[in-house]
Design a protein around this ligand. Structure first.
Ligand code: COA
Ligand code: ZN
Length: 316
């Protein structure tokens, strides 16, 4: 991997499906994860191990993780909120746990039923559980760039949580913009600060496109050195416990941006477009992604029929 390479972690099977009102069969989830595994991702968040009452759409996480065929070189990540989730994920064969708390007190209470400090205490138990295993641990900070209940979140609050994660010995950190409140200037400032503590290889940005700024925020983070980004096929996604939440940045739109700008991702865009175009049939609604509708720049169209006539007339 060279310094310019951008790593995309696909999160549609987790963030994407967690908010879907229609039940997606376990076999369909497994098929989606296996198809995504063939697209060139090095990391896929394949589900979560949370309370089935909180997120009924992902209540089959154990069976999903036990069922999909693994592709060599892909790290399969599971989101967990507490020790019970970590135990389930470990038993089901997850490679990495994504531990989540919110910078905002109110969102943590709404999403996790506890205060952020209680989440952190639970993560200490998970670190002890992971000792002596090959599990890698990532810590996410939801509502990093703003909270739909509390509004602005101070940079110092986020930095304190990053430091708490590093003290716990977590291997990676994700800054998550849960309801798309970030702007590029804010992203540049905070990401620059966090990169003084966490190497680019261990920092992930998780943007939602709720206010249309998702890809602008990616570029702002990339330009100050961030290299890892979460994205969801079709632009699915959202947290059911955050009012107004909507989709993640769209994977194929991000990969298209990278291809047009000459930034390598290792991801097979035509394969992704095929998968994205199957989502409406699976979910029963249109999805937000744009490139799957418009096609790539290089997907050219034949000129209008009248051009041929004009052309042949001009030759007589
Ligand atoms: N997996 C499955 N069941 C779990 C669980 C887990 N990780 N954690 C708790 N439970 C079960 C408990 O066993 C208990 O079951 P019982 O009623 O049958 O005895 C029940 O849930 C309540 O347990 P409690 O510890 O009191 O949890 P809670 O109801 O306060 O919920 C969370 C706390 C963290 C489990 C819940 O808020 C949650 O899962 N949040 C995640 C939300 C989410 O995924 N958001 C989007 C991603 S950021
Ligand atoms: Zn999200």
């Amino acid at each position: 991997m060279n310094d310019e390479h951008l790593i995309v972690q696909e999160v549609a099977p987790r963030d994407g499906l967690q908010i879907e009102p229609t039940w997606v069969e376990t076999t369909d989830k497994v098929a989606l994860i296996e198809a995504l595994s063939r697209a060139g991702f090095s990391r896929i968040e394949a589900g979560s191990f949370v309370s089935p009452r909180a997120i009924p759409a992902l209540r089959d996480g154990d069976e999903v993780f036990r069922s999909f065929k693994r592709t060599a070189g892909v790290i399969y990540v599971a989101l967990v909120p507490n020790l019970k989730g970590a135990q389930r994920a470990l038993a089901a064969g997850a490679d990495e746990l994504n531990l989540v708390l919110s910078a905002s007190q109110t969102h943590n209470l709404a999403n996790m039923g506890m205060r952020p400090e209680q989440s952190l205490a639970a993560f200490g138990d998970i670190v002890r559980l992971a000792q002596g295993t090959t599990l890698s641990l990532n810590g996410s900070i939801a509502t990093t760039f703003g909270c739909p209940f509390e509004g602005a979140i101070s940079e110092d609050r986020v930095i304190a949580l990053v430091d708490a994660y590093l003290e716990l010995g977590l291997h990676g950190v994700t800054l998550a913009d849960t309801t798309g409140m970030a702007n590029p200037r804010q992203v540049r400032g905070l990401v620059s600060r966090v990169l003084q503590r966490v190497p680019a290889s261990a920092l992930t940005l998780h943007f939602h496109n709720t206010r249309g700024l998702g890809l602008a925020n990616v570029l702002a983070a990339y330009e100050v050195g961030a290299r890892r980004f979460d994205a969801a096929l079709g632009g699915l996604g959202g947290c059911p416990f955050a009012p107004g939440a909507s989709g993640n940045i769209c994977t194929e739109d991000l990969v298209n941006l990278c291809e047009e700008m000459g930034i390598a991702t290792g991801i097979d865009l035509p394969h992704l477009l095929t998968l994205s175009r199957q989502l409406p049939a699976l979910l029963g609604h249109e999805v937000p992604g744009q490139v799957a509708k418009a096609g790539r720049n290089c997907d050219l169209h034949p000129p209008p029929e009248s051009f041929h006539k004009a052309d042949s007339n001009s030759r007589v």
